[in-house]
Write a protein that binds this ligand. Structure first.
Ligand SMILES: Cc1cc2nc3c(=O)[nH]c(=O)nc-3n(C[C@H](O)[C@H](O)[C@H](O)COP(=O)(O)O)c2cc1C
Length: 214
């Protein structure tokens, strides 16, 4: 067995105290997001892992890009017919997670996903470069294909077809918005005694704040 027990790190960069956090997890997410970007200089700070429960009953995780967030939720864009798309339409309970190692921080968000409106998806789709728009049309995301050539040839065909024309958003491509019900913030601390603060959405739409043991 490969021995990785020497991979050790003491987490010492920050702390997370009940006395200094906002009442709302979106505000804390916002604060941590821009701190990571400003101080850590992380590329793709908006890369997050989204976990779904598949039609086969197994959880599956993959990275997508967070494109928008506010009090209502966290938005990413994808193909609705992909494995994750089908999983979400069957079971909207998902988990999003971020690991920002520059700041020794992790955020885990449980929530329910639903499709964004067509207009919302159109607006984002229309802001993308043409290459990305065509990519969304070309790829039957998650389908088995015989070779790479299938994608390259289809792209060439569509580039010719759409030259000088507006590229429409395919119906099976758009956003999902994840409305959070629980958000956990994890700050690494020395001696493995990390700070964990969990926000849970209450029936009155206020957030309950609790500290969890590391
Ligand atoms: C950094 C990074 C960003 C990605 N961003 C997206 C994204 O925003 N949307 C998306 O559908 N897939 C994105 N992917 C690809 C997904 O990880 C995944 O391969 C794809 O969505 C198919 O997943 P599925 O078959 O589980 O549905 C990204 C991958 C990486 C590594």
């Amino acid at each position: 067995m490969e021995d990785l027990s020497n991979y050790r790190k003491s987490y010492e960069k920050s702390e997370l105290l009940e006395t200094t956090i906002p009442d709302d997890p979106i505000n804390l997410f916002n604060l941590w997001f821009y701190e990571t970007e400003d101080l850590g200089g992380k590329e793709e700070v908006n890369a997050m892992t989204v976990s779904t429960i598949g039609l086969d009953g197994f959880p599956k995780s993959r990275v997508v890009l967070l494109k928008k967030f506010n009090e209502e939720g966290f938005v990413f864009f994808t193909n609705y017919d992909s494995e994750k798309g089908k999983a979400i339409l069957n079971n909207p309970n998902v988990c999003l997670s971020f690991f920002w190692h520059e700041m020794e921080r992790q955020i885990i968000i449980k929530g329910t996903a639903q499709k964004t409106s067509a207009i919302f998806s159109d607006n984002y789709f229309n802001s993308r470069p043409d290459g990305s728009k065509l990519g969304a049309i070309v790829s039957e995301q998650s389908a088995v294909i015989s070779s790479r050539t299938v994608l390259d040839e289809k792209l060439c065909e569509l580039e010719r077809y759409y030259e000088g024309k507006e590229i429409p958003r395919p119906d099976n491509w758009g956003g999902f918005i994840v409305s959070p019900v629980e958000v956990e913030f994890w700050q690494g601390r020395p001696n493995r005694l990390h700070d964990r603060i969990r926000y849970t959405l209450q029936e009155d739409f206020n957030w309950k704040i609790e500290r969890l043991s590391s």
